[in-house]
Each structure stands twice: as structure tokens, then as C-alpha cells.
Write a protein that binds this ligand. Structure first.
Ligand SMILES: C[S@@+](CC[C@H](N)C(=O)[O-])C[C@H]1O[C@@H](n2cnc3c(N)ncnc32)[C@H](O)[C@@H]1O
Length: 227
């Protein structure tokens, strides 16, 4: 006897199977709702009868943004404004302490929003953004060109190939995966007394000098590692 399910039920069953398999295979919990709704989203997209070129175009655009997700396990998400202000306070404190010629970098700077804010608010310091995802890099570069700021530049490149020796402060908002490696890189290259700041992700088995709790809705923590 054939079992014929109505389409919504079929899509729901597919979603539940995909979500279940995802959990069994060790995907993070936030994949659960995504896997649940993907079959229904595909059916909805097909019902819209979009021209077929839309799909490769969307795929390429997503690949250009989420360039580092598969390899470095770092997707694009952005530091929020409240955290920008906390970073500003930190940079003001650190640059006053150093005196002059204070240099900071955001390794994996995304769309450059944090750096644009910091470069405006801290004209005494200079900033470099490094980004290897083509679309965010192009957007960040364009924003900096339009801003007219002379104390901020954006470089295209792999953060692992950048020398961190010149920087008094390195900011990163990456993911749990690269934290041991970025800490080792900072320790090998940065000057004694300089600062590595990680948004949200701790270096396993390393005690930060301080942890700042930002008063935002996502309860951001900034972990400060003094080299
Ligand atoms: C979570 S986002 C943070 C963006 C920005 N720093 C902010 O806080 O708003 C991480 C960024 O790091 C970039 N990234 C990841 N691995 C990288 C690598 N090896 N070299 C350069 N950029 C990288 C990603 O493309 C992404 O734009």
C-alpha cells in the first residue's frame, strides 16, 4: 500500500529527519531550526517560479560573504554598537597609557563598521582592518574610501599571513575554533604589554587579564589577554 502524505506533512517529516540527523552528526544546536525549515523553504522557493539564474547568483553572493565559514569556521556576524563604545573606552585607555603612535587592528574586520566608528572616535590612534571574504572586504574598503578617514585602512588578505608585531592592540570576533591558534600567533608576534581582545570567544586554558561584560542584549563579553 502506498503511503501518500500531503505536501506540508511531507515537508515537516523531512525537516524533522534533517534536524534529527544534524543533531546525531554533532551539528551545533542553532542548526536545529534551520534544518527544520529548509525543506519548507525550498518548496516555497520552487512555488515562486523564480528564474533559474537566481539560484546560482544567490549561491555565489553567499559564498563571497561566507568565504571563511568552511575553512576557518568563521562566518560573518557583526560587533554591535554598544560593544564599539566599550572598545573605544579601552583604546582611549591603552593609547593614553602608551603615549603616541597607537596602532590597532581588527583581524577579520567584516564590513568595517567597528573600525570606522573607532577611527572617528579615536583620531589619535591608527587602525587597520584585515579581511579575506571578497564581498565584505569590498564593502569595507568602499566605506573607508567614502569616509575620508586617514587613520584607517582596509587590507585584503588572510589574517594568518599578517604580521601582528606592529600592533598595540589586536581585536578579533571569530569563533571558538581558531582561538588557540590566534593566541599562539599573538604570543609569537606581538610586543610584550600589547593586548589581544576577543569578542565572546575564550582561549581555552588561558586566563584573561580581564573580562568586560558589555551591557547589551546579547550579553557580550570582551576577553582581554595581555601579552
Ligand atoms: C564574525 S565576523 C566579525 C566582523 C568584524 N570584526 C566585526 O566584529 O564586526 C569575522 C570575520 O572574519 C573574517 N575572517 C575569517 N577568517 C579570516 C581569515 N583567515 N583572514 C581574514 N579574514 C577572516 C570573516 O570573513 C568575517 O568577516
Amino acid at each position: 500500500m502506498d503511503l501518500i502524505l500531503p505536501l506540508p506533512a511531507l515537508l515537516a517529516v523531512q525537516g524533522v529527519i534533517a534536524a534529527g540527523l544534524g543533531q546525531v552528526m554533532g551539528l551545533a544546536r542553532w542548526w536545529l531550526p534551520i534544518n527544520l525549515v529548509i525543506p519548507a523553504a525550498v518548496a516555497l522557493a520552487l512555488s515562486l517560479n523564480l528564474p533559474s539564474w537566481v539560484y546560482p547568483v544567490v549561491f555565489i553572493a553567499l559564498a563571497l560573504v561566507f568565504w571563511n565559514s568552511a575553512d576557518d569556521r568563521v562566518p560573518l556576524y557583526l560587533t554591535n554598537r554598544t560593544t564599539w563604545r566599550t572598545l573605544q573606552d579601552l583604546i582611549t585607555r591603552e593609547s593614553t597609557r602608551k603615549g603616541n603612535d597607537f596602532k590597532a587592528t581588527d583581524v577579520g574586520c567584516g564590513l568595517g563598521g567597528a573600525l570606522l566608528y573607532l577611527a572617528r572616535q579615536c583620531p589619535e590612534a591608527s587602525f587597520v582592518g584585515i579581511e579575506s571574504a571578497p564581498l565584505p572586504f569590498a564593502i569595507a574598503r568602499l566605506r573607508v574610501a567614502l569616509s575620508g578617514l586617514s587613520n584607517l585602512s582596509i587590507r585584503y588578505g588572510d589574517l594568518w599571513k599578517q604580521d601582528l608585531a606592529d600592533y598595540d592592540l589586536v581585536y578579533c570576533f571569530l569563533s571558538p575554533e581558531p582561538m588557540p591558534r590566534i593566541y599562539e600567533k599573538a604570543r609569537a608576534e606581538m610586543q610584550t604589554g600589547s593586548l589581544l581582545i576577543s569578542n565572546s570567544f575564550a582561549v581555552p586554558e588561558v586566563l584573561p587579564e580581564a573580562t568586560l561584560e558589555v551591557e547589551d542584549r546579547r550579553e557580550t563579553r570582551l576577553l582581554l589577554y595581555r601579552l
